[in-house]
Design a protein around this ligand. Structure first.
Ligand SMILES: [Zn+2]
Ligand SMILES: [Zn+2]
Length: 473
């Protein structure tokens, strides 16, 4: 049983790539999908090419998604197919001499369609093949190959029986056991030779391992499905015939979907992984960004911060305003950069966040920088004010007050001073219980900016404070 392998850096993500020299597994978190036309990806740590593991570790084991197989035939294409076969089954007896031919054709189409189901599910496609594909003549060869497999098997048994009973039963046992494997090979490779090749069949069974027996068990149970629902009837009514052909088709689709999924789940072990590349369209831009984020995280975790920084810096040159890249760059600078460099970038990053109205995130960045640089102050008055507002909204009044301290001296021309000082007065009164100090700020607004709207608000606020004071005193 293939045990789940995770990305070395993300325990919740399945591994898709493996680096032999580093002995590390990566998920698509760490080796992001590439746009078309790129070479195979390389390992971030050693630059060697990584090996594709396919969906082997992302695919859930088939025994955990049984429900999905039962709902698989309940889709437009497969249901239409079933309805058509029921109708034909219904009409066949009335067609006279054409009846056996019609039944045979229907069986051929059913077998072919079932094999097409294996193929499509084996590629991870959960939509059943269309009616057009079902009734196209070009895949009818599959039906004849399926018949040929039984003939070859029969002939082989005949010759083996001449070797004695033990050999005969051993061969029969192997054939019965290998039947699903043979069917899966036929659907996938469409080659009669491969599908009757005992070595190939044994290889598939061994590659799947013990779960092959589980699959076998499921298939046997499922093949009894129609009989379970209808039971055996010696003289079935027309309704029973219709129901049994419907259920027969339904259960065989469930079985074939399960076999197809088995190929999908074990694609790495079966050597099909490389063919199963399922490319999601990624733009050049998105790829550069994802790669910088992924690489920098890996390098950071390995203590190679300088290289991580370089990776993000490269991506930032073409996407300067990307907030995720900015954030990662900031995190890296926090770890490695000098105070000067950190201050400079933090200022730019803060502004970018403020422009897109992520004031609270900007406030968090401010507090982060303050942890390292006690004296840190954003450069412009408007940045300080916006940050202070965000901080006061989350109850961090002291930090907010610090930002607005002495603003009328540092930025005498700043138009937002009345508003900023009104905020200071509110925080002093409400958060620090310092009404006296609050009044000083209010008086300043009233006196210095008598014509501003804020002066009115300051007057009202001051009045409220006045009224409160005698009662509390
Ligand atoms: Zn990862
Ligand atoms: Zn490596």
């Amino acid at each position: 049983m293939s045990e789940a392998v995770h990305c070395h850096y993300h325990q919740n993500n399945a591994a898709i790539w493996h680096c032999e020299p580093c002995q590390k597994h990566y998920g698509d978190c760490c080796i992001p999908n590439m746009p078309e036309g790129y070479d195979e990806p390389a390992c971030t740590l050693c630059s060697e090419q990584v090996t594709y593991l396919g969906a082997a570790h992302t695919a859930e084991p088939f025994w955990l998604i049984i429900n999905k197989f039962f709902t698989y035939p309940v889709q437009l294409a497969s249901l239409s197919f079933l309805m058509i076969s029921v109708v034909i089954g219904f009409l066949a007896p009335y067609t006279g001499p054409a009846a056996p031919i019609l039944s045979l054709v229907m069986m051929a189409v059913l077998i072919k369609y079932s094999l097409q189901i294996i193929e499509s599910v084996s590629f991870g496609d959960w939509e059943p093949p269309s009616l057009e594909e079902a009734f196209s003549a070009d895949a009818l060869g599959l039906f004849f190959k399926q018949i040929a497999i039984f003939i070859v098997g029969g002939i082989a048994l005949y010759f083996i029986s001449s070797l004695g009973w033990i050999a005969f039963f051993a061969a029969l046992f192997f054939m019965l056991l290998g039947m699903p494997a043979s069917t899966m090979i036929l659907a996938r490779e469409q080659s009669l030779f491969s599908a009757v090749n005992p070595i190939k069949i044994a290889f598939v069974m061994a590659a799947i391992g013990w779960p092959y027996l589980l699959l076998y068990f499921f298939l046997i149970v499922l093949s009894g499905g129609p009989a379970y629902f209808i039971g055996f009837q010696l003289e079935p009514s027309a309704g029973t015939v219709a129901a049994s052909s419907f259920l027969g088709g339904y259960f065989s689709f469930v079985m074939y979907a399960m076999m197809g999924y088995c190929l999908y789940q074990y694609q790495a072990a079966l050597g099909y992984a490389a063919e199963m590349d399922d490319y999601e369209e990624v733009s050049e831009e998105a790829y550069r960004k994802n790669k910088a984020l992924a690489d920098s995280l890996i390098l950071m975790r390995e203590g190679r911060e300088e290289e991580a920084l370089k990776a993000v810096k490269g991506a930032l040159t073409s996407a300067a305003s990307d907030l995720q890249l900015n954030k990662r760059f900031f995190q890296l600078l926090m770890l490695t950069a000098t105070d000067e460099v950190l201050k400079k970038f933090a200022g730019k990053y803060t502004q970018r966040l403020l422009i897109v109205r992520k004031d609270h995130e900007a406030a968090d960045i401010y507090l982060e920088v303050r942890k390292r640089i006690k004296a840190y102050m954003p450069v412009t008055a408007s940045d300080r004010f916006k940050l202070a507002k965000a901080l006061s909204e989350t109850g961090r009044a002291r930090e907010a007050l610090r930002l607005l301290f002495n603003m009328h001296k540092t930025f005498p021309d700043f138009a937002g001073i009345p508003e900023a000082y009104l905020l200071v007065a509110k925080m002093l009164s409400e958060n620090l219980n310092n009404d006296e100090q609050a009044k000083v700020y209010l008086d300043y607004i009233i006196k210095k900016y008598p014509d501003s709207k804020k002066a009115e608000e300051a007057t009202v606020f001051r009045h409220v404070l006045e009224q409160l004071t005698p009662q509390t005193a």
